[in-house]
Design a protein around this ligand. Structure first.
Ligand SMILES: C[S@@+](CC[C@H](N)C(=O)[O-])C[C@H]1O[C@@H](n2cnc3c(N)ncnc32)[C@H](O)[C@@H]1O
Length: 388
């Protein structure tokens, strides 16, 4: 643990807020094994399998009961979020942005798996122990891309609610409305996940072999994804509640160039004043044309929502008490603050994106309060300041 982590704070991905990164990565690992994935992240399973304390999480979608609050419903939400934000970032890249900053990057593998234009730099900011765990896993992967066929996500079915025409699909890869490949990843390999199907392998002469999954499924896949990122990847270990901008600048970030900022699954865990400070800081660091995407809860959740199985199952079965990890107190009006600084903002719900994966709302659904905000800095800086 380094100086920026509070004494006693749970390190890495084993507990505390770091474990939420593992939860999201596991959802992406499950998604990658689906026959109709919204996004394919071949790295996710490597992170999950290297982490302690999640060996009993389901390995394969066929191990997940339909309607399972976490591994079906919440995982479907995370898959959709991945898909939508992949498209958002690649749209910024197509528009010419070459600086991508992932705030609270966790086990996000976008630097490795998205087809960035030449000259793109992806910064990953997170707590030191999370980034260190991530690097340890990446270091076990081979440096060069595997020579395999490409696998993409399924045809685009997650349009933003805008009136613009939706994306179309061409033969080999999912495309955006601009016709550019959306997600082209190395073929999903068979990662070292031990599935329940292991017991269906031909029985050995020895009865214990039926109880112990074959060693082959525990070892590294024959064609793991590459450790080589598809952009210039730079990690910045910081506590985002403190000043992180100096470290970002020291790592080569240039505020004169447009940037695409992403805070995916981050602000829920930060105090309101930290969220506002981050918004003010990234406004200061953003040239016109910069973009931001982030996720919030639009309103406080009442007792019935807080008792929803998504929360109770994550707490009781996975040891992840999301409600305890969420920062208490009223949330700030960050979108309004950004507007006063010359940003245009758009707010969408996950249900605005047509996909069968989130086709209904449960009674007292925690996902109903979730909002995805996208913002673009259209004007140069003004004298306005965000009070944080
Ligand atoms: C729910 S995870 C999301 C990770 C990633 N964005 C994704 O969607 O896969 C939240 C991440 O925020 C990071 N985080 C939370 N509080 C932080 C802080 N004060 N400073 C830096 N990172 C923080 C956690 O370590 C964790 O990796």
């Amino acid at each position: 643990m380094t100086a920026v982590e509070a004494p006693g704070a749970p390190a890495g991905v084993t507990a505390g807020v770091g474990r939420t990164a593992l939860l999201v990565a596991h959802a992406r690992a499950l998604e990658a094994r689906r026959s109709d994935p919204l996004a394919v992240d071949p790295y996710a399973e490597y992170f999950v399998r290297a982490a302690p304390g999640c060996a009993d999480w389901p390995c394969d979608p066929s191990d997940v009961a339909p309607g399972d609050p976490v591994w079906d419903r919440l995982a479907g939400y995370f898959a959709l979020r991945t898909r939508v934000l992949d498209a958002h970032l690649l749209a910024a890249a197509r528009a010419g942005t070459r600086q991508i900053v992932l705030l609270g990057a966790g086990l996000d593998s976008r630097a490795h798996r998205l087809p960035w234009p030449t000259g793109t730099t992806v910064w990953e900011l997170d707590r030191p122990a999370v980034l260190s765990f991530k690097q340890q896993v990446l270091d076990t992967l081979p440096p060069s891309p595997p020579a395999t066929t490409a696998r993409s996500a399924t045809p685009m079915a997650v349009a933003p609610a805008a009136a613009t025409p939706r994306a179309v699909t061409t033969s080999a890869a999912t495309t955006t409305s601009a016709g550019t490949p959306l997600v082209v990843t190395p073929r999903a390999v068979t990662p070292p996940c031990v599935t329940t199907k292991a017991t269906t392998t031909p029985p050995s002469a020895t009865p214990t072999a039926l109880l112990t999954p074959p060693l082959a499924t525990r070892s590294a896949s024959p064609t793991p994804p590459s450790a080589t990122p598809r952009a210039d990847r730079r990690t910045v270990p910081v506590d985002l509640r403190a000043d992180w901008t100096a470290a970002l600048r020291r790592s080569g970030f240039d505020p004169a160039r447009p940037t695409a900022w992403l805070a995916e699954g981050l602000f829920l865990y930060l105090p309101a004043e930290a969220e506002l400070r981050i918004a003010a800081a990234l406004d200061t660091l953003s040239a016109p044309g910069s973009t931001l995407a982030y996720e919030i809860k639009a309103e406080p959740e009442n007792a019935a929502v807080r008792a929803h199985p998504i929360y109770t199952t994550a707490r009781d079965r996975l040891g992840i008490d999301l409600l305890a990890l969420f920062a208490p107190g009223p949330r700030p009006r960050t979108a309004e603050a950004l507007t006063t600084l010359g940003w245009t903002t758009t707010t969408r719900t996950p249900f605005d994106h047509p996909t069968t994966r989130l086709s209904h709302r449960d009674p007292h659904d925690p996902l109903s309060a979730n909002r995805w905000i996208t913002a673009t800095k259209t004007h140069p800086r003004t004298d306005h300041r965000i009070a944080g």
